[in-house]
Ligand binder design. Structure first.
Ligand SMILES: Nc1nc2c(ncn2[C@@H]2O[C@H](COP(=O)(O)OP(=O)(O)O)[C@@H](O)[C@H]2O)c(=O)[nH]1
Ligand SMILES: [Mg+2]
Length: 230
């Protein structure tokens, strides 16, 4: 006797819908030759500070814009707007991450004409944002020296999906007695292929390496565009 079973089709899943929108956003940004970055970290790791420093230092080099997600306030957008670049704040309310639809709305608002780099500052959270593709070209995870060497082991998914992991606030690492080799080893365990940079937005330490990484990827986005145009 053959066993019978019922199949329940769940229909459209949240992540399925998200991934379709993310693919559409990725296509649009790629065809515009824009390098896009999704910045992920716990609250306070220094995402906005890194963007402030970058927008200030590189104003003459690249045309940049920011879509920034926050649970409640527009504080980050106020900080970033001082640099004269297009900035759109997406207030997510109770939602602990940006999703592709929110990001697409933010990108439409901020505009993409003649942009070189689009930064997306995600909601500060080391868990939820990892599951949501926003259509970005690269993910950058930040881990500040104040958070403890073990965090990449406790929250591996954010690090595992990152192309680059930035250890931030290195200017205060000595004062705190941070074990930097251990922190790097733990990042390496969670993200074996990611590039690791040590940065301080406050003193500027390591920033040339960050700008070199951005430059490589901006050039890559432009080469991709030339291939599409041909
Ligand atoms: N010492 C030091 N403090 C920093 C650095 N970057 C950010 N901060 C401080 O860390 C706090 C949180 O930074 P913020 O950029 O708002 O973090 P976000 O929540 O990830 O956007 C602020 O008080 C910053 O001044 C840094 O490189 N060195
Ligand atoms: Mg911020």
């Amino acid at each position: 006797m053959s066993a019978t079973h019922k199949v329940v089709v769940m229909g459209d899943t949240i992540l399925g819908r998200n991934d379709r929108q993310a693919s559409e956003t990725r296509r649009k940004l790629t065809e515009a030759g824009i390098f896009s970055i999704n910045l992920l970290s716990s609250p306070g790791a220094g995402k906005t500070a890194l963007l402030e420093r970058t927008l200030g230092d590189c104003a003459d080099k690249w045309a940049m814009a920011v879509v920034v997600g926050d649970l409640q306030t527009d504080n980050d957008a106020v900080r970033l707007s001082r640099f004269g670049v297009p900035v759109v704040q997406v207030v997510t309310g109770e939602v602990c991450h940006l999703d592709a639809q929110m990001t697409a709305t933010g990108i439409d608002e901020v505009g993409t004409d003649d942009l070189d780099i689009l930064f997306i500052e995600n909601v500060g959270n080391l868990v939820c944002p990892a599951a949501f593709d926003l259509g970005e070209a690269s993910r950058v995870a930040l881990l500040s020296v104040t958070e403890g060497e073990d965090k990449p082991l406790k929250y591996p998914s954010v690090f595992a999906t990152a192309s680059l992991v930035a250890i931030t606030k290195v200017d205060i690492a000595n004062t705190l007695g941070v074990d930097m080799p251990l922190m790097r080893d733990n990042i390496r365990k969670a993200a074996p292929r990611a590039e690791i940079l040590e940065l301080s937005s406050r003193t500027g330490e390591g920033m040339p390496n960050w700008y070199a990484w951005l430059n490589t990827n901006v050039q890559h986005a432009l080469r991709n565009l030339q291939l599409i145009v041909r």
